[in-house]
Design a protein around this ligand. Sequence first.
Ligand SMILES: N[C@@H](CCC(=O)N[C@@H](CS)C(=O)NCC(=O)O)C(=O)O
Length: 219
Amino acid sequence: MYILYGGNATRALGPQMVLEEGGLPYELRDVDIRAGEHRRQAFLEVNPAGYVPALATPQGDVLHEAAAIMLYLADRHGLTDLAPAIDDPRRGVFLGKLFYFTNDVQPSLKRAYYPRRYALRDADVDAVGAQSEAMALERWRVLEDWLAGNGPYHLGERFSLLDLHMSMWAAYGFRQPGDLLDDLPASRRLFDLVRARPVSGPMLQTLMETIGTWRARRS
Ligand SMILES: N[C@@H](CCC(=O)N[C@@H](CS)C(=O)NCC(=O)O)C(=O)O
Protein backbone atom coordinates (compact mmCIF):
# COMPACT_ATOMS: atom_id res chain seq x y z
CA MET A 1 0.00 0.00 0.00
CA TYR A 2 1.20 3.53 -0.72
CA ILE A 3 1.70 5.99 2.14
CA LEU A 4 1.09 9.60 1.17
CA TYR A 5 2.51 12.26 3.47
CA GLY A 6 0.77 15.61 3.40
CA GLY A 7 -2.94 16.12 3.91
CA ASN A 8 -4.09 19.27 5.72
CA ALA A 9 -4.75 21.18 2.47
CA THR A 10 -1.23 20.75 1.10
CA ARG A 11 0.08 19.99 -2.40
CA ALA A 12 -0.25 16.33 -1.48
CA LEU A 13 -3.66 16.83 -3.02
CA GLY A 14 -2.11 16.40 -6.50
CA PRO A 15 -0.90 12.83 -5.87
CA GLN A 16 -4.02 12.13 -3.82
CA MET A 17 -6.24 13.05 -6.78
CA VAL A 18 -4.27 10.61 -8.97
CA LEU A 19 -4.54 7.87 -6.33
CA GLU A 20 -8.28 8.45 -6.09
CA GLU A 21 -8.87 8.81 -9.84
CA GLY A 22 -6.89 5.60 -10.39
CA GLY A 23 -8.61 3.71 -7.56
CA LEU A 24 -5.24 2.93 -5.94
CA PRO A 25 -5.18 2.01 -2.23
CA TYR A 26 -3.18 4.31 0.04
CA GLU A 27 -2.89 5.61 3.55
CA LEU A 28 -2.77 9.37 4.12
CA ARG A 29 -0.48 10.62 6.88
CA ASP A 30 -1.10 14.23 7.87
CA VAL A 31 1.90 16.53 8.18
CA ASP A 32 1.04 19.83 9.83
CA ILE A 33 3.14 22.33 7.90
CA ARG A 34 1.56 25.26 9.71
CA ALA A 35 3.07 23.85 12.92
CA GLY A 36 6.43 23.32 11.17
CA GLU A 37 6.21 19.53 11.26
CA HIS A 38 7.75 19.28 7.76
CA ARG A 39 11.05 20.66 9.03
CA ARG A 40 11.33 18.38 12.07
CA GLN A 41 13.72 15.45 12.17
CA ALA A 42 10.99 12.80 12.00
CA PHE A 43 9.71 14.12 8.68
CA LEU A 44 13.16 15.04 7.30
CA GLU A 45 13.99 11.36 7.60
CA VAL A 46 11.10 10.72 5.19
CA ASN A 47 11.83 13.62 2.82
CA PRO A 48 15.13 15.44 3.42
CA ALA A 49 13.91 18.24 1.13
CA GLY A 50 11.47 19.23 3.89
CA TYR A 51 8.40 19.54 1.68
CA VAL A 52 5.17 17.69 1.35
CA PRO A 53 4.06 15.70 -0.49
CA ALA A 54 6.15 12.57 -0.18
CA LEU A 55 5.06 9.09 -1.18
CA ALA A 56 6.36 5.85 0.28
CA THR A 57 5.91 3.08 -2.26
CA PRO A 58 5.11 -0.56 -1.48
CA GLN A 59 8.62 -1.33 -2.81
CA GLY A 60 10.23 0.82 -0.10
CA ASP A 61 11.18 3.94 -2.06
CA VAL A 62 10.23 7.41 -0.91
CA LEU A 63 9.37 9.79 -3.72
CA HIS A 64 9.00 13.52 -3.50
CA GLU A 65 7.89 16.36 -5.84
CA ALA A 66 4.14 16.37 -6.46
CA ALA A 67 4.25 16.30 -10.26
CA ALA A 68 6.84 13.50 -10.33
CA ILE A 69 4.74 11.42 -7.94
CA MET A 70 1.62 12.00 -10.05
CA LEU A 71 3.41 10.99 -13.22
CA TYR A 72 5.02 7.98 -11.56
CA LEU A 73 1.67 6.68 -10.33
CA ALA A 74 0.03 7.10 -13.73
CA ASP A 75 2.92 5.37 -15.55
CA ARG A 76 3.37 2.61 -13.02
CA HIS A 77 -0.32 1.71 -13.05
CA GLY A 78 -0.99 2.26 -16.75
CA LEU A 79 -3.42 5.12 -16.11
CA THR A 80 -3.30 6.33 -19.71
CA ASP A 81 -6.44 8.40 -19.19
CA LEU A 82 -4.28 10.53 -16.87
CA ALA A 83 -0.92 10.53 -18.69
CA PRO A 84 -0.17 9.61 -22.32
CA ALA A 85 2.00 6.47 -22.43
CA ILE A 86 5.63 6.83 -23.51
CA ASP A 87 4.84 5.68 -27.06
CA ASP A 88 1.89 8.05 -27.37
CA PRO A 89 2.60 10.95 -29.78
CA ARG A 90 1.02 13.39 -27.29
CA ARG A 91 3.56 12.46 -24.61
CA GLY A 92 5.96 15.18 -25.77
CA VAL A 93 3.48 18.05 -25.43
CA PHE A 94 2.32 16.60 -22.13
CA LEU A 95 5.85 16.45 -20.66
CA GLY A 96 6.85 19.84 -22.05
CA LYS A 97 3.89 21.62 -20.45
CA LEU A 98 4.20 19.71 -17.17
CA PHE A 99 7.89 20.50 -16.81
CA TYR A 100 7.29 24.09 -17.82
CA PHE A 101 4.77 24.42 -15.01
CA THR A 102 7.02 22.88 -12.36
CA ASN A 103 10.24 24.57 -13.51
CA ASP A 104 9.01 27.98 -14.53
CA VAL A 105 5.60 28.82 -13.07
CA GLN A 106 5.87 27.08 -9.71
CA PRO A 107 9.04 28.82 -8.41
CA SER A 108 7.43 32.25 -8.81
CA LEU A 109 4.27 31.01 -7.12
CA LYS A 110 6.32 29.71 -4.21
CA ARG A 111 8.12 33.04 -3.91
CA ALA A 112 4.73 34.77 -3.85
CA TYR A 113 3.65 32.51 -0.97
CA TYR A 114 6.88 32.87 0.98
CA PRO A 115 8.21 36.39 0.14
CA ARG A 116 9.94 36.67 3.51
CA ARG A 117 12.38 33.94 2.46
CA TYR A 118 13.54 36.02 -0.49
CA ALA A 119 13.66 39.53 0.97
CA LEU A 120 16.87 40.70 2.60
CA ARG A 121 15.03 43.33 4.64
CA ASP A 122 11.58 43.34 6.27
CA ALA A 123 10.80 46.49 4.31
CA ASP A 124 11.13 44.57 1.04
CA VAL A 125 8.78 41.69 1.83
CA ASP A 126 5.67 43.21 0.24
CA ALA A 127 7.54 44.26 -2.89
CA VAL A 128 9.04 40.78 -3.30
CA GLY A 129 5.57 39.30 -2.89
CA ALA A 130 4.02 41.63 -5.46
CA GLN A 131 6.82 41.09 -7.97
CA SER A 132 6.61 37.32 -7.53
CA GLU A 133 2.86 37.35 -8.15
CA ALA A 134 3.37 39.37 -11.32
CA MET A 135 6.11 37.01 -12.50
CA ALA A 136 3.99 33.94 -11.77
CA LEU A 137 1.14 35.35 -13.82
CA GLU A 138 3.45 36.36 -16.65
CA ARG A 139 4.89 32.81 -16.78
CA TRP A 140 1.41 31.26 -16.41
CA ARG A 141 0.24 33.28 -19.41
CA VAL A 142 2.30 31.05 -21.72
CA LEU A 143 0.03 28.17 -20.72
CA GLU A 144 -3.03 30.42 -20.81
CA ASP A 145 -2.26 31.27 -24.46
CA TRP A 146 -1.69 27.60 -25.21
CA LEU A 147 -5.04 26.66 -23.65
CA ALA A 148 -6.84 29.47 -25.47
CA GLY A 149 -5.63 28.11 -28.81
CA ASN A 150 -5.51 24.39 -28.07
CA GLY A 151 -7.84 23.76 -25.11
CA PRO A 152 -9.98 23.26 -23.27
CA TYR A 153 -7.42 20.89 -21.67
CA HIS A 154 -3.66 21.00 -22.20
CA LEU A 155 -4.10 18.10 -24.63
CA GLY A 156 -7.14 19.56 -26.40
CA GLU A 157 -10.25 17.50 -25.71
CA ARG A 158 -8.19 15.00 -23.76
CA PHE A 159 -7.99 15.45 -19.99
CA SER A 160 -4.74 14.56 -18.20
CA LEU A 161 -3.08 14.86 -14.80
CA LEU A 162 -1.45 18.05 -16.05
CA ASP A 163 -4.90 19.63 -15.73
CA LEU A 164 -5.17 18.31 -12.18
CA HIS A 165 -1.77 19.73 -11.34
CA MET A 166 -2.51 23.19 -12.72
CA SER A 167 -5.90 23.19 -10.99
CA MET A 168 -4.35 22.31 -7.66
CA TRP A 169 -2.05 25.35 -7.82
CA ALA A 170 -4.89 27.53 -9.12
CA ALA A 171 -7.10 26.49 -6.21
CA TYR A 172 -4.77 28.16 -3.70
CA GLY A 173 -4.99 31.55 -5.38
CA PHE A 174 -3.16 34.55 -3.94
CA ARG A 175 -5.66 36.18 -1.57
CA GLN A 176 -8.76 34.11 -2.30
CA PRO A 177 -8.89 30.51 -3.52
CA GLY A 178 -8.79 30.55 -7.32
CA ASP A 179 -8.33 34.34 -7.63
CA LEU A 180 -5.14 34.08 -9.67
CA LEU A 181 -7.31 32.96 -12.60
CA ASP A 182 -9.28 36.23 -12.66
CA ASP A 183 -7.60 37.40 -15.88
CA LEU A 184 -6.89 33.93 -17.31
CA PRO A 185 -10.17 32.81 -18.93
CA ALA A 186 -8.87 29.69 -20.68
CA SER A 187 -7.23 28.48 -17.46
CA ARG A 188 -10.45 29.31 -15.59
CA ARG A 189 -12.42 27.22 -18.10
CA LEU A 190 -10.05 24.28 -17.54
CA PHE A 191 -10.29 24.76 -13.77
CA ASP A 192 -14.11 24.69 -13.94
CA LEU A 193 -14.01 21.49 -16.01
CA VAL A 194 -11.71 19.83 -13.48
CA ARG A 195 -13.91 21.00 -10.61
CA ALA A 196 -16.85 19.28 -12.29
CA ARG A 197 -15.08 15.91 -12.25
CA PRO A 198 -16.81 13.50 -9.87
CA VAL A 199 -13.67 12.33 -8.06
CA SER A 200 -11.22 15.25 -8.10
CA GLY A 201 -13.80 18.06 -8.18
CA PRO A 202 -15.00 17.64 -4.57
CA MET A 203 -11.38 17.25 -3.41
CA LEU A 204 -10.46 20.60 -4.97
CA GLN A 205 -13.57 22.13 -3.45
CA THR A 206 -12.57 20.96 0.03
CA LEU A 207 -9.07 22.38 -0.48
CA MET A 208 -10.51 25.76 -1.47
CA GLU A 209 -12.85 25.84 1.51
CA THR A 210 -10.06 24.98 3.93
CA ILE A 211 -7.69 27.56 2.46
CA GLY A 212 -10.48 30.15 2.49
CA THR A 213 -11.17 29.48 6.17
CA TRP A 214 -7.49 29.69 7.13
CA ARG A 215 -7.04 33.00 5.34
CA ALA A 216 -10.23 34.46 6.81
CA ARG A 217 -8.99 33.56 10.31
CA ARG A 218 -5.58 35.09 9.61
CA SER A 219 -6.92 38.44 8.37
N1 LIG B 1 8.64 21.37 -5.14
C1 LIG B 1 7.68 20.78 -4.24
C2 LIG B 1 7.05 21.90 -3.45
C3 LIG B 1 5.88 21.44 -2.64
C4 LIG B 1 5.43 22.49 -1.67
O1 LIG B 1 5.61 23.68 -1.87
N2 LIG B 1 4.83 22.01 -0.62
C5 LIG B 1 4.41 22.90 0.43
C6 LIG B 1 3.13 22.39 1.04
S1 LIG B 1 1.74 22.79 0.13
C7 LIG B 1 5.41 22.88 1.54
O2 LIG B 1 5.93 21.83 1.87
N3 LIG B 1 5.64 24.06 2.10
C8 LIG B 1 6.45 24.20 3.23
C9 LIG B 1 7.65 25.05 2.97
O3 LIG B 1 7.92 25.49 1.85
O4 LIG B 1 8.34 25.28 3.97
C10 LIG B 1 6.63 20.00 -5.03
O5 LIG B 1 6.26 20.43 -6.12
O6 LIG B 1 6.18 18.97 -4.53
